[in-house]
Design a protein around this ligand. Structure first.
Ligand code: 5GP
Length: 204
């Protein structure tokens, strides 16, 4: 299921020196590592998403996510307080609280959203100057091996994640909203490339 875009507010995605950075990519591609390195190298800040998924071991409320029930999520969404939202997995909705993002960008900060393609499309509709980056695996076999190597899931769950990852990659190419695609062949190189691209945007 796809979240519908909220009422557009004025585009504040690159007011002053602030920048809204969207990083997407399929699960298992190394996106979270790249995102954290970009944040550290650029003094950026993460948006804390709201989600209805259950906290996993090690998840910190208010730092990794705001964990809420479906009713709270729906109320927040219906009040227009989410910049974007999507049902990323069946029964698990995720959304970006609008106000912290708008405030950070308006005061000149770099705000980083690690969100899926549906969410990224909604953000770009409202904030056309947002800079969107998509992290790709070198090929499908590498992605499948990385999903297996995480040893989190059984083979059926790995197959589901793999199918979803391939669909996410196709959607990212087709939707036309991504400014840059980074191929994660070698993690250090992918990080260097991502950091350099973001720094170029920040100094533009
Ligand atoms: P996880 O449950 O593994 O932390 O996240 C699953 C996926 O949800 C990630 O790949 C991430 O891109 C996506 N996601 C996390 N937060 C948001 C959000 O606020 N909005 C959207 N659209 N996707 C999100």
């Amino acid at each position: 299921m796809v979240g519908s875009a909220q009422t557009p507010s004025p585009d504040s995605s690159n007011n002053q020196s602030g920048l809204l950075l969207i990083i997407s990519g399929p699960s298992g591609v190394g996106k979270t590592t790249i995102t954290h390195k970009v944040k550290d190298a650029t003094n950026g800040r993460f948006s804390v998403s709201m989600t209805t998924r259950a906290p996993a071991a090690g998840d910190r409320e208010g730092e990794d996510y705001h964990f809420v029930d479906q009713m709270t999520f729906n109320k927040t969404r219906d009040a227009g307080e989410l910049l974007e939202w999507a049902e990323v997995y069946p029964g698990c909705s995720y959304g970006t609280p609008r106000q912290p993002v708008e405030q950070a960008v308006a005061s000149g900060e770099l705000m980083i959203l690690e969100i899926d393609v549906e969410g990224a499309i909604q953000v770009k509709k409202q904030m056309e100057h947002a800079y969107a980056m998509f992290v790709l695996p070198p090929n499908e076999n590498v992605l499948l091996e990385r999903l297996r190597a995480r040893a989190r899931d059984d083979e059926a769950a790995i197959a589901r994640r793999f199918a979803k990852a391939k669909a996410e990659i196709n959607k990212a190419w087709d939707c036309g909203i991504y400014d840059d695609f980074i191929v994660n062949r070698d993690l250090n190189r992918a990080v260097d490339e991502a950091v350099a691209l973001v720094q170029t945007r920040l100094s533009a």
